[in-house]
Each structure stands twice: as structure tokens, then as C-alpha cells.
Design a protein around this ligand. Structure first.
Ligand code: TYM
Length: 327
């Protein structure tokens, strides 16, 4: 069975983009692959975050993974910091990476280009840590949204460099982006991706938003004045975004939705999507609350860390031997 691995940073409230671009993919693939899904809390501290917020986000994220249908019997779910081999291999990968290639990573480039103060060294060395996450488990595939593809490409380069320098050690992973929903855009500015850090709350639907408020956000989503329902991301990006959301949440192909709405207006379509989002969030949040109340999350994380560590520790021992850390 091929292996698959992915993770999400607990930096803020999860949104529909994270669900569609990542979690719904994990859910789909858990049947076919040996799957490792983790909470990237070491990546979360590359930007300042209060301990209490990190704790809360982490709890929410694990409960949302489970509420979304990830099955701990099939998926190893764990916390990055519970497996020290991530930080250990992260350092080795930092020493394999060149300054130039890290400077080209868009996440870092964007922050520095905006002249933001307080950009940490951790934000700069974030991609080699991500490479370590993936390579420790010899993942064949990494399902991510399109914004993370560049980091998986870098991971491939670092793995090849290591294999070449020290002999074959790591599987070369492939990024996997879905055909629909690899990038969900802001509802208010369809040029920008939906993001945890966006300043306009009307543009983002959080998975823990009040479902009625979320429906309103759909109703007031920015579209265009062409008045024709088509899937045309280039000329009608707002509409295409809404169609994508509807398609992923309902399972109905985009073309079929477009067909059903031939000759109809945006208002009707938005009503249907608003209802889909309302129902989706209502169900998800009910399961999320049950999971939080049950204390199940702690058990899942404990078992997950044990399973993950067994694999990761073996790998880091192999790496340490190859690079000359064992005498
Ligand atoms: P993060 O936490 O920013 O995002 C988690 C996942 O959600 C996807 N995503 C989106 N997909 C579609 N539309 C959007 N608007 C949208 N916004 C976010 C992201 O592409 C991602 O798949 N560096 C990673 C976490 C990480 C990781 C890893 C992932 C750390 N180590 C190893 C895979 C493998 C991150 O910050 O994702």
C-alpha cells in the first residue's frame, strides 16, 4: 500500500479552503492509502502565537479532523511535537537546503516583500522542516492545496540531494492536488485565496462559524455583472469559486450544477449553496462538539504519536548513521 502524508498548521480557525483543499482529500484517500495526518504545531510557532491560542487551535483541529470523518483506525493522526524526530530531521534538512532556494519560497518572499517586521528565522527555515515531515515516513504522495506545492517540490530536491550525497535513503514524494478545489478564493475578493490570516471576515467561512452567518456570507459573495451561470474561473472567478464549493460539499459535478441553473439567476444558486454550507457546518459542528466532550482526541493523539514515532525514529537513526552522527 502506498503511503500518504499531510498536515495542517494550527495557527487560526480552519476555513472552508482548508476543508476543501486538504481535509476532504484526506478523507477520500484514507481508504486507498496508508495515511499519516498530523498537526503542524512546530510550523505554527514560526509566527507569534499565544500558548493558550495554540492549545485551543490544536484541540479544535484534532476534533475537526475526526468530525470530518478521518478514521483513526485507518489514519495515523498525531501531533508533530510529540515526535521529536521531526525537529531532528528538520535540522538536517536545513543543512541540506541552500539560502537561495529558501529565499525563493513564496510564503517567505511575500512576508518580506510586504516589509513585515518580526519575520523569524523559523519562517525562513519552515520548508526544510516540512521536508522532514514528509521524508521521515517515506510518503509517496502529499495531498495539499496549490499554495503548498512549491514546498513539496523543494522536498523532492532535498531528498534527491541527500540520496545523491549519502546513498539512497528517502522516497521521492509527489504533491497531489485535486482537480476541483485546489484553491478556494475569498468570497469578497476572488483574486485572493481564502486564508486564516485574511482581514475581511466576510470573505472567509470558518468551519466553526455560526451556520446562519456562513449562509449570509454566501449570499453576499462577490460575483459579476454578466448574469450567466457558467464555470469560467478566468472571467467569472467569484461564481466559479461558489460552484466549486457547492460541487465539493454536495458531491455533484460542476457541469451538472451549471446545467441545472441554465437560464436562472445568481440569487437562486446562492440560496442553494447557502443551504448546502449551512447543513454542512451544522452537521460538522455537532460531531465536533461530541468529540470534544468525549475526550477521544487525547486517546487518538497518544496512539498516533506512538505509531508515528516507531517509523520516524527508525528513519532518523538511519540518517544519523549515514551523516556520521554515530561513532
Ligand atoms: P496550512 O495550514 O496553511 O493549510 C493546510 C492545507 O489547506 C490548504 N489550503 C487551501 N486549499 C484550498 N484553498 C485554500 N484557500 C486553502 N488554504 C489552505 C493548504 O494547501 C494545505 O494543504 N505547510 C503546511 C502544513 C504542513 C504540511 C507538512 C503539509 C507542514 N508540514 C507536510 C503537508 C506535508 C501549511 O502551512 O498548511
Amino acid at each position: 500500500m502506498k503511503r500518504m502524508l499531510s498536515g495542517i498548521k494550527p495557527t487560526g480557525r480552519l476555513h472552508l479552503g482548508n476543508y476543501i483543499g486538504a481535509i476532504s482529500q484526506f478523507k477520500k484517500y484514507q481508504e486507498e492509502y496508508e495515511m499519516f495526518i498530523f498537526i503542524a504545531n512546530e510550523h505554527a510557532i514560526t509566527v507569534p502565537i499565544e500558548a493558550k491560542d495554540l492549545r485551543k487551535n490544536t484541540k479544535d483541529l484534532i476534533a475537526l479532523y475526526l468530525a470530518s470523518g478521518l478514521d483513526p483506525e485507518k489514519v495515523t493522526i498525531f501531533l508533530q511535537s510529540d515526535v521529536p524526530a521531526h525537529a531532528q530531521l528538520g535540522w538536517v534538512m536545513t543543512c541540506m537546503a541552500y539560502m537561495g532556494e529558501l529565499q525563493r519560497m513564496t510564503q517567505y518572499k511575500d512576508k518580506t516583500a510586504k516589509g513585515e517586521s518580526g519575520v523569524t528565522a523559523g519562517l525562513f527555515t519552515y520548508p526544510p522542516l516540512m521536508a522532514a515531515d514528509i521524508l521521515l515516513y517515506d510518503a509517496d504522495f502529499v495531498p495539499v492545496g496549490v499554495d503548498q506545492k512549491q514546498h513539496v517540490e523543494l522536498t523532492r530536491n532535498l531528498a534527491e540531494r541527500f540520496n545523491h550525497r549519502y546513498s539512497d535513503t528517502f522516497t521521492i514524494p509527489q504533491p497531489l492536488t485535486s482537480t476541483v478545489g485546489q484553491k478556494i478564493y475569498s468570497l469578497q475578493d476572488p483574486e485572493k485565496k481564502m486564508s486564516k490570516s485574511a482581514t475581511d471576515p466576510k470573505g472567509t467561512i470558518d468551519l466553526l462559524d455560526d451556520p446562519a452567518a456562513a449562509r449570509k456570507k454566501i449570499m453576499s459573495a462577490k460575483t459579476d455583472s454578466l448574469g450567466v451561470i457558467r464555470f469560467d474561473p478566468e472571467n467569472q472567478p467569484g461564481l466559479a469559486n461558489l460552484l466549486t464549493i457547492q460541487s465539493v460539499l454536495s458531491g455533484e459535478p460542476v457541469e451538472s450544477i451549471v446545467q441545472r441553473y441554465e437560464g436562472k439567476g445568481y440569487g437562486d444558486l446562492k440560496k442553494e449553496i447557502g443551504q448546502t454550507v449551512f447543513d454542512f457546518l451544522t452537521d460538522l459542528q455537532a460531531r465536533y462538539r461530541d468529540i470534544l466532550d468525549s475526550g477521544k482526541a487525547d486517546e487518538v493523539l497518544k496512539a498516533g504519536a506512538q505509531k508515528a514515532a516507531a517509523i520516524a525514529n527508525k528513519k532518523i537513526r538511519k540518517v544519523y548513521k549515514k551523516i556520521g552522527f554515530t561513532v
